[in-house]
Design a protein around this ligand. Sequence first.
Ligand code: SAM
Ligand code: SF4
Length: 327
Amino acid sequence: MLKDRFERIHDYLRISLTDRCNLRCSYCMPYDLPRGFYAHSVKMTAAEVEHIAAAFVGQGVKKIRLTGGEPLLRKDAGEILERLSAYPVELALTTNGVFIDEYLTRLQKSGLRSINVSLDSLRRERFFSITGRDAFDRVFGNIRLLLNEKFHVKVNVVVIRGENDDELLDFVRWTKEAPVHIRFIEFMPFSGNAWDSSKVVTHRQILDALASEFHCERTETHANDTAKPYRISGHAGTFAVISTMSEPFCSGCNRMRITTDGKMKNCLFSRDETDLLTPLRRGEDIVPLIRECLEAKKEKLGGQFEGLTGSTVASEIINRSMVQIGG
Ligand code: SAM
Ligand code: SF4
């Protein structure tokens, strides 16, 4: 079992398969972000992803989410899904949704039933301006495809003031007929993403905006949930708010991360990383390194800022960009 100094049991691993992406979401991968992609030689191969995952499963991990960059950009994403489906874990995926149609059969075969698709606008033109790609129709069509195939679909919406906060009601109206689960995410600060506290639309503000049309009923939260869930009577779908900035949920955190170059991060906002891939390639046991990394986990937000209560300056937070971490 993996437990940190604050008695938090860690049984959820998020693995980033790549730092590349076919979209260019302004808040995640800004055009002016100084960066280069990792060379293939420093990235985990499919077999290495499996070896690292197996070490975590051996220590009690019960859920693995594949993310990125865009995980389905990797040509061997299907092979990785197949390899991981042999383990006794719940498999999950976070994707921008563009390639879902090409992967549908592999996704079904892997036994994966829950997929998070990112979609920040229901307007084609705005989707284009946020992501830099005219792919709204494909993503929206793929969400419909997943729903038809009875996947549990969560739609991630990063809410940014002045960019898409006028669409909150539209997203919730969509849940009337469609069994989609919208997750409004408070905008978070990462290297180079021009974060500013004035752009954050908080959990409270989201609820206030929705109250003009809906009676939103809070539903039960489970111990490790990051999202505050709500339902509306008569709606096929639900919505939730991920309140990282206004109401951090670190006390129930059970998450660990592996970047595509095989570094372990004990928190989304951790400054330090532990290289697992190099020792793995040398044939060493990585379990002591995993434990050591977890031991160093800070109580809250990587020990780097205080959410919205302190004066957070994004440029002072030492971290990778979100596309390099794996959201
Ligand atoms: N490419 C995939 C996708 O877009 O779903 C997976 C990787 S992406 C980094 C994972 C999630 O992080 C997405 O839902 C994205 O919207 C979210 N994200 C990225 N940058 C963020 C930020 N600054 N604040 C909040 N959420 C962010
Ligand atoms: Fe790509 Fe996902 Fe980041 Fe958008 S949020 S740039 S789709 S990794």
